[in-house]
Design a protein around this ligand. Structure first.
Ligand SMILES: C[S@@+](CC[C@H](N)C(=O)[O-])C[C@H]1O[C@@H](n2cnc3c(N)ncnc32)[C@H](O)[C@@H]1O
Length: 203
C-alpha cells in the first residue's frame, strides 16, 4: 500500500470511530457568542473530516464551505444526508491552498490547522485574519510544543507565548491549555498538549 492510501485508510477509520461525537466545544462556544446567527451566515470549516462540526453549523442555519484534503471525508459527509445539506459547499483541497470564501464570518478548524508545515501554518493564519470581517471569529485547536507528536514532519507546534502572540489584536474569548497523557482515537498512547481557541476580530 502507498503512503497516501495508508493515510486515507487511517482517516477513514478515524471518521468511522468518531462519527457520532458531538460538535467541538470551541465551535459551540463561537456559535453561542454570535448569539442569533448573522444574516445569511457563512462559515468555512478547514479540515472538516466527515462533518462533526458541519452538522452543528447547519443546525444553526449557517452556510458552510467544508474543506478537507481527503476525498473520503467529503464522501462520508455527503453520505450523512444532513438536513440543510444544500447549504454545504464541499471542497477537496489542502487548507494551506484553499482561498478563504468571500463573506466568511467564522473560520473553524477543529484539530486540523496544525496539520501543515510551520511556514504554511503562519501564512494560513494571516489569510484567516485578513478574511475575517470585524466581528468575525476563529474557533479551533493548535498543538503545543510539549505534544508528543512534536517533530513529526508536516505539522506545526506552538509554545504558549507563540499562541498568545498569534492572537494579538483579537478579542480572545477562549484560550484553554490542555495537557494530559491519554490515547489517540486509534488507541495509541499520546501526550496531548493542545490550545483550544476562540477569538473575535474587534470592531
Ligand atoms: C483530526 S481530523 C479532524 C476532523 C474534524 N475537524 C473533527 O474535529 O473531528 C483532521 C482532518 O483534517 C484533514 N486534513 C489533514 N491535513 C489537511 C490539510 N493539509 N488540508 C486539508 N485537510 C487536512 C484530514 O483529512 C482530517 O479529515
Amino acid at each position: 500500500m502507498s503512503q497516501a492510501s495508508d493515510r486515507s485508510a487511517g482517516w477513514a477509520a478515524y471518521y468511522q470511530q468518531l462519527r457520532d461525537r458531538p460538535p467541538r466545544r470551541t465551535l459551540v462556544k463561537a456559535l453561542d457568542l454570535f448569539g442569533e446567527a448573522p444574516a445569511d451566515p457563512l462559515a468555512v470549516d478547514l479540515g472538516c473530516g466527515d462533518g462533526r462540526d458541519v452538522v452543528e453549523l447547519l443546525r444553526r442555519g449557517w452556510r458552510v464551505v467544508a474543506v478537507d484534503s481527503e476525498p473520503e471525508a467529503l464522501r462520508q459527509l455527503a453520505a450523512r444526508n444532513l438536513p440543510g445539506a444544500e447549504r454545504i459547499t464541499p471542497i477537496a483541497a489542502r487548507l494551506e491552498e484553499v482561498p478563504m470564501p468571500l463573506g466568511v464570518r467564522l473560520v473553524n478548524s477543529s484539530f486540523a490547522m496544525p496539520l501543515c508545515e510551520p511556514e504554511a501554518f503562519r501564512t494560513l493564519w494571516q489569510r484567516v485574519l485578513e478574511a475575517l470581517p470585524p466581528g468575525g471569529r476563529f474557533s479551533g485547536q493548535w498543538y503545543g510544543d510539549r505534544d508528543s507528536w512534536r517533530g513529526r514532519p508536516g505539522m506545526t507546534f506552538v509554545t504558549r507565548d507563540e499562541a498568545r502572540t498569534l492572537l494579538d489584536g483579537l478579542d480572545v474569548e477562549m484560550f484553554e491549555e490542555e495537557e494530559a497523557d491519554g490515547v489517540t482515537p486509534r488507541g495509541n498512547p499520546k501526550h496531548w498538549h493542545i490550545f483550544h481557541v476562540v477569538a473575535r476580530k474587534p470592531g
